[in-house]
Design a protein around this ligand. Structure first.
Ligand SMILES: Nc1ncnc2c1ncn2[C@@H]1O[C@H](COP(=O)(O)OP(=O)(O)OP(=O)(O)O)[C@@H](O)[C@H]1O
Length: 621
């Protein structure tokens, strides 16, 4: 028996579980490739520790610090090697055998009780043991930095037994050798390993070499001082993170030390009006080690479309969704993010109004969404919220709109949701100096409801909801005059006739003289009822499109209105009906599409009217 063999220590890892490795393999991590992240992160930690000790103890360590990953297909091994602090046999006993296994014990006991073991994937200090997800035997060869230290060699085959013996190792540091299991042979492939390293280790602060070639960027942009970074560098970094995306709109460089550490760069991508809020696009790092790009718990829901990276060194590397939901620090991170985003948006709005208008078009949806979700955010940004307007300025704040509005408008805010369909209403309002906001985004119907709730005196009124007093021609008394040969005034006559025609179809009729000679009629839709119907639809329930809340306003001041009165007076009721129904159709057409039956009737009536025009011309001729 050689002296070397006599020193071999054999032991049982002291936990009362048959074999924890199957559990680790199955449940500890959902993705097996993270074994490499864990081992490389440990290697980088070991280098950090040595650097720190070196500074404190004044050691002269002139090494070229690096982590090497080597794959040997023939031997079936993957080796992770560092020139960090190293471990003595005693430290292996403490850190690998005891500490990690006590964590494992806790993991196993909780695993037994948990309804959903996936919820347990969390921080158990089991990083090293993730090696057993892909290896059926793991070796550690290590030499501590301490003077006179003896090398140590630890071997474990995935059972609870290990071997620890002295080992002649020339260089300081640790080598972890994985004997890759058959079912994980995919990792005996250089390209596959490169892929995994690119995903998890791309921004680690120490050079990571695979087959001698450095694969990472040791000084990612978020670790540098903002004042020393050019705009182009920010854009380049964005392209590196999202190679297929268009250039971002703007960005925020975070550098928070208190009350927690948080670094990162948050980019505002060019967004369409609507976006997918179900998945976070921000990459989460922990000390430059990639953790996940799906961490909605960390990002306020309305900021989910943002991109970039956050480095939160105080969060554990194996952060789980359930952990994030409980952790109070996470709430603070969300608050900081929302606060910084609000501040940046306000800064942009104040700096250059013209270019902000372009930005606004791309960010307004999530700003509005954010205001509805987060009251603090709302109070920070509410003054810079822009609305598209018919005013020559193109965009306005609510405050400016109200300052411009004449006194008699009170707290009413007129808006249109469809610039084309509601064009005649908008023209009517504009002709009387009433400014109209264009609120045509999906979110706007919720948003105005929200603004009214926050400020009860405000009243948003769609242009087709009511006839504003300013649009009615008070002076036009002609409509009420009773002529010599009739007992009824034109208004009464028209009202009676129209009510007779449409009343039985459930449409209310109102005869009014508007300050617009061209517009023969309008369809008014009650604001409250319409909104209720829209909300109900949005929530998935369908309501029949009843006519009961509609009012058909006939403009007796229009030329067509006057002509219909003349037709009635001369007893040509058929032609009057033809004309009035046409006026009604035109009013309806601007707000809704016709079904087949109604379209056919409309076209027939139109043809009939054309014939009448032709006949009238021949008569006149
Ligand atoms: N390459 C290494 N060099 C020096 N010490 C190491 C190395 N790898 C692991 N260790 C020691 O073993 C301990 C246990 O490692 P392990 O990865 O299991 O847990 P951890 O790193 O503490 O936590 P985590 O679960 O976050 O990885 C480490 O804390 C460290 O002291």
């Amino acid at each position: 028996m050689s002296e070397q063999q006599e020193k071999i220590e054999q032991g049982n890892i002291s936990i009362h579980t048959e074999n924890i490795f199957p559990i680790i393999k199955k449940w500890l991590y959902s993705e097996h490739d993270i074994f490499l992240r864990e081992l490389v992160a440990n290697a980088v930690d070991a280098i950090h520790k040595l650097k720190q000790i070196g500074t404190v103890e004044g050691l002269q360590i002139g090494d070229d610090f690096a982590v090497e990953i080597e794959m040997d297909k023939a031997a079936g091994t993957v080796t992770v090697r560092d020139n960090g602090i190293g471990m003595t046999a005693d430290e292996i006993r403490r850190y690998i055998n005891q500490i990690a296994f006590s964590s494992a014990k806790e993991f196993v006991s909780r695993f037994r009780d948990a309804a959903d073991p996936n919820q347990l994937i969390g921080h158990f200090g089991l990083g090293f043991y993730s090696a057993f997800m892909v290896a059926d035997k793991v070796e550690i060869r290590s030499l501590s930095y301490q003077e006179g230290a003896e090398g140590a060699h630890w071997v474990c085959d995935g059972s609870t037994r290990y071997e620890l013996r002295p080992f002649a190792k020339a260089d300081r540091g640790t080598e972890v050798i994985l004997h890759i299991a058959k079912e994980s042979s995919e990792f005996l492939d250089q390209e596959r390993l490169r892929q995994v390293l690119k995903r998890y280790c791309n921004f680690l602060p120490v050079p990571i070499r695979l087959g001698g070639e450095v694969v990472n960027d040791c000084a990612p942009l978020w670790c540098r001082t903002p004042s020393e970074i050019s705009e182009e560098e920010y854009r380049q970094f964005y392209r590196k993170l999202y190679p297929l995306a268009e250039d971002p709109l703007f960005w925020i460089h975070l550098n928070v030390d208190f009350p927690f550490n948080l670094r990162g760069i948050i980019y505002f991508p060019r967004l369409n009006n609507e976006f997918d809020v179900t998945k976070s696009h921000i990459k989460l790092f922990c000390n430059q080690v990639f953790v996940t790009d799906n961490c909605p718990e960390l990002i306020p829901e309305f900021l989910l479309p943002l991109q970039g990276c956050l480095d939160a060194p105080d969060l554990p590397l194996n952060v789980s969704r359930s952990y994030l939901q409980k952790e109070p620090q996470v709430r603070k991170i969300r608050e900081v993010l929302a606060g910084r985003v609000a501040a940046r948006i306000v800064e942009l709005a104040k700096k250059d109004r013209e270019s902000f208008v372009d930005v606004w078009e791309m960010i307004h949806t999530f700003v509005k969404f954010g205001m509805m979700q987060d009251d603090k955010f709302r109070s920070r940004v509410e003054d810079i919220v822009l609305f598209r307007t018919t005013h020559e300025s193109g965009h306005t704040t609510l405050k400016d709109y109200r300052e411009r509005a004449s006194k008699d408008q009170g707290d009413k805010i007129f808006y249109a949701t469809d610039e084309v369909g509601q064009a005649s209403y908008v023209r009517l309002f504009n002709s009387q100096g009433r400014e109209v906001l264009i609120l045509d985004a999906m979110i706007d119907s919720h948003f105005i409801q929200f603004l009214e709730m926050k400020n009860p005196s405000l009243r948003f009124i769609r242009v087709d909801a009511e006839v504003d007093a300013s649009l009615v021609d008070e002076e036009d008394k002609a409509a009420d005059l009773v002529s010599a040969d009739s007992e009824k005034s034109p208004r009464e006559l028209l009202n009676e006739f129209a009510t007779g025609l449409f009343g039985k179809e459930g449409v209310r009729v109102r005869v009014e003289s508007l300050k617009d000679e061209q517009l023969p009629g309008l369809l008014l839709v009650d604001e409250r009822l319409r909104r209720f119907r829209e909300m109900t639809r949005l929530s998935g329930r369908d309501l029949p499109d009843g006519d009961d809340e509609k009012t058909f306003l006939v403009n007796i001041g229009s030329r067509a209105g006057k002509r219909i009165v003349e037709l009635l007076r001369s007893g040509r009721r058929d032609t009057a009906e033809l004309a009035l129904r046409h006026v009604y159709d035109l009013a309806c057409l601007s707000g809704q599409a016709f079904d087949r039956e109604r379209m056919e009737a409309f076209l027939q009536r139109s043809a009939r009217l054309l014939e009448l025009v032709g006949a009238a011309e021949t008569e006149e001729g």
